[in-house]
Design a protein around this ligand. Structure first.
Ligand code: PLP
Length: 477
């Protein structure tokens, strides 16, 4: 079990502390550069977060125009804005109390936007019905995820609640479960098989929890963060079957559903596959699926808009979920608007369509280019190996570090990949996220890098990375 009992709360907190040290140092270096301190680089490039606009990807004009008109309604009369932008803003303002984006909304979100999301889901899933009452908008999907963990984790019980989570895993997930008093039951993704999720491994993980905790839920990410794998329909069916047999609540984190790069990969939602599997499974497996305006082509993570859709959840629990979400009054209104624009983009024939199409195509091409370049470059340098990134927002290359470097890291009281990342930051001004923060498999080293960045930025990143890495490997070989 990879819970507090094994790693220890202090060690885990230390891991988070170490990360803070890395980010604090980055801030300090930025200040030093401003003060004119000489370094081998002119600026720090931060690719440690999944922040598309922070990485230089331009916001979509349609999104910003509608938001601008919503926030400043005088623009509704401006002929500088396309007709469909003004109409959409007008429609959205009509749904806001007092025709203002500065007002509270219903707890689940603005009903018109929630209904629009359910229509989007139905369309995406080829007609599988979606009901507005089962959807909750939140200020970012992380908030929804946290609320569902609150429902699942019994912090009072003597036997701790267990949640199966992948290794490696998006860091905030394990943190949320533990903060609530639960434990994580790690299942390892198979790195050499492109970070595949394997059912035998889920079985092994569940067996390992016997007598230790009470497993109630299974958390999956498709596409994966930081691992970039995309599940096949068959794999999703197997996971649902497993959840059904073991009576586990299924949490499907699908925030990267628009980010698919592999030629043979396609995104299929858990909700769709569940419906296709038919009764009794389709009527019994409890599912929460998450989506967000933070990633994908819209990439508006700062606006904070996400949602959860719940399927087959008991009505009494749904009531409690309502109460939980109401503790935050309502989700950020700009985030809700972003969700409306993400789920209802301009259509062919609309005045905004051609620019929207041009901008989204450019982002798509950039991301596909980036994952290919990272794969090609890193796999050509000794000491790195990188699985193909089929989807998502990150690459998670493996570091094959010399023993001397591992010893040196130990002496410095660091994990080997942290040691590498600290040196990378100091010497090349590149900030990446060490694999230890994602609770990678013991004895391996990785780092996570954001690929949702401009092509020129990526080229600069790769140059700095390869040059540093070559020197580092020479120094410790
Ligand atoms: C897998 C995954 N889920 C959820 C989130 C949270 O996204 P947000 O709260 O911005 O919607 C992230 C953010 O990086 C993520 O990578």
């Amino acid at each position: 079990m990879s819970d507090q009992q094994e790693t220890g709360p202090t060690m885990r907190r230390l891991s988070q502390l170490e990360s803070v040290v890395l980010w604090n140092r980055a801030r300090q270096i930025k200040r030093e550069l401003k003060q004119g301190v000489k370094k081998p680089y002119r600026e720090v490039i931060d690719i440690s977060w999944g922040d598309p606009q922070g990485g230089g990807i331009k916001p979509l004009s349609f999104v910003r125009q509608v938001l601008a008109a919503c926030h400043y309604p005088q623009l509704l009369n401006s002929d500088k804005l396309p007709e469909d932008v003004r109409q959409r803003a007008e429609r959205l303002l009509k749904e806001c109390a007092g025709r203002s984006t500065g007002s509270y909304t219903a707890t689940q979100g603005i009903p018109y936007i929630v209904k629009g999301i359910s229509e989007f889901i139905t369309r995406r899933d080829g007609g599988v019905p979606s009901f507005p009452n089962n959807i909750y908008i939140s200020s970012g999907s992380q908030w929804s995820l946290q609320n569902i963990f609150i429902i699942l984790v019994n912090s009072m019980s003597a036997v701790k609640t267990g949640v199966l989570t992948p290794v490696p895993c998006y860091d905030k997930v394990n943190m949320s479960i533990r903060e609530l008093g639960g434990v994580t039951i790690p299942y390892y993704l198979h790195e050499d098989q492109g970070w595949e999720l394997q059912i035998e491994e889920l079985n092994r993980a569940l067996e390992s929890a016997k007598g230790v905790c009470n497993p109630v839920a299974l958390y999956v990410m498709n596409p994966g963060n930081p691992t970039g794998q995309v599940q096949t329909r068959k794999s999703i069916q197997e996971v649902i079957q497993f959840a059904s047999e073991k009576k586990l609540f299924l949490l499907a984190d699908e925030v990267y559903q628009e980010c698919i790069y592999g030629e043979k990969s396609e995104f299929v939602s858990y909700k769709k596959v569940l419906a296709e599997m038919g009764p009794p499974i389709s009527e019994t497996v409890e599912l929460a699926s998450f989506h967000s305006a933070s990633k994908g082509l819209i990439g508006e993570c700062g606006l904070r808009g996400g949602y959860v859709e719940l399927v087959n959840v008991d009505p009494a629990v749904m009531e409690y979920i309502y109460k939980l979400f109401s503790t935050d009054s309502c989700a950020s209104v700009p985030g809700q608007i972003a969700l409306n624009l993400m789920t209802h983009p301009p259509q062919p024939g609309d005045p905004s369509y051609s620019l929207y199409n041009e901008e989204t195509q450019l982002i798509q091409t950039t991301l596909i280019h980036n994952v290919r370049r990272v794969f090609e470059v890193l796999n050509s340098v000794p000491g790195f190996s990188c699985q193909p990134v089929e989807g998502g927002g990150f690459a998670f290359p493996r570091l094959h570090l010399p023993l001397n470097a591992i010893h040196k890291a130990k002496e410095a009281g660091m994990q080997p990949d942290e040691f590498y990342c600290v040196r990378l930051l100091e010497e090349s001004g590149l900030l990446v996220n060490p694999g230890w923060n994602f609770e990678q498999k013991e004895g391996t080293s990785h780092f996570r890098m954001n690929i949702m960045i401009k092509e020129e930025t990526l080229e600069g990143v790769l140059r700095r990375l390869v040059s540093f890495h070559t020197k580092f490997m020479k120094e410790f070989s």
